[in-house]
Ligand binder design. Structure first.
Ligand SMILES: C[S@@+](CC[C@H](N)C(=O)[O-])C[C@H]1O[C@@H](n2cnc3c(N)ncnc32)[C@H](O)[C@@H]1O
Ligand SMILES: Nc1nc2[nH]cc(C(=O)O)c2c(=O)[nH]1
Ligand code: SF4
Ligand SMILES: [Mg+2]
Length: 248
């Protein structure tokens, strides 16, 4: 697991990067224009994490403590003052104090989605417009604490909640089926994993897109062979377009 302390109690948000507008490239809101607020620090360390610059404490000096007002001002500047969906990601954005930012943004017409693994539950999940819970499959080498995960689902009552599960192989796929069976009321999105070189390389050409495409085709076949018609299988659209480039 990662080396970052649990929940931060003050009101300062530790920001790795704010970028956009771009399109949401994954899951239920795929294609929707959005600004990303990516926070620094994660309590996990997935073997295949594609955002290590927001996880590894070697990058800590690139993470900037920011007040909610300043984050909001940057989001408004990037969006030209026209409200849109803000995606909170990371790292694990659940360890940051996002309640005040969400309240401030809602008052100005902005909407908020959160991407998290479901390892830290927060009261402010209920204020989100979209809660994306992405429990980590065996290939990540992480272990889900299902009690905490359940607390995240409960905390998010009031938000639209979905499951988004990364699948690299058959073991991940079977695990995803089990998780979906535990949460029959939550829509489930399956996303083929991409193999990314470790930072600091940040070259789109380094993504094995053919490998991702082959995995995507296998995943579609797998879902259809099982008559698993509730599943939605989607690629990472931004990775198809721009590789694992930062800031898109
Ligand atoms: C970088 S994470 C940050 C948010 C949060 N820590 C989480 O994992 O949900 C954002 C999304 O990217 C997914 N992801 C990370 N590495 C990936 C990879 N190599 N291939 C496909 N999806 C990946 C995660 O599973 C998660 O759904
Ligand atoms: N375009 C785009 N879509 C995304 N969806 C989830 C992302 C993330 O890293 O959380 C992401 C990202 O980094 N870029
Ligand atoms: S939980 Fe998310 S940000 Fe943290 S290491 Fe895993 S994929 Fe990366
Ligand atoms: Mg990403």
């Amino acid at each position: 697991m990662g080396g970052i302390p649990a929940v931060s109690d003050d009101t300062t948000i530790r920001v790795s990067e704010i970028f956009g507008p771009t399109i949401q490239g994954e899951g239920a809101l795929i294609g929707v224009p959005t600004v990303f607020v990516r926070t620094g620090g994660c309590d996990y360390r997935c073997s295949w994490c594609d955002s290590m610059h927001a996880v590894d404490s070697a990058y800590r000096d690139t993470w900037k403590p920011m007040a909610a007002e300043d984050v909001m001002a940057e989001v408004e500047a990037l969006s030209g003052g026209t409200p849109l969906t803000v995606t909170l990601s990371g790292g694990n954005p659940a360890i940051q104090p996002f309640g005040p930012l969400i309240e401030m943004g809602h008052a100005r017409g902005y909407r908020f989605g959160l991407e998290t693994q479901g390892s830290v539950a927060r009261d402010w999940f209920a204020d989100l417009d979209m809660l994306v819970l992405s429990p980590k499959p065996p290939s990540s080498d992480m272990q889900v604490d299902w009690e905490i995960f359940q607390a995240c689902v409960e905390a998010g009552q009031g938000a639209d909640t979905v499951l988004k599960i990364v699948v690299f192989d058959e073991a991940d796929y079977l695990w995803a089926r089990d998780v979906a069976a535990r949460y029959p009321d939550l829509p489930v999105y399956l996303q083929p994993g991409n193999h990314t070189p470790p930072p600091p390389e940040d070259d789109s050409a380094l993504v094995d897109q053919e490998g991702v495409d082959a995995r995507m085709r296998w995943l579609v076949d797998r879902v259809i062979a099982d008559n698993w018609y509730e599943a939605r299988v989607l690629p990472q659209l931004h990775v198809m377009l721009w590789g694992n480039k930062r800031g898109v």
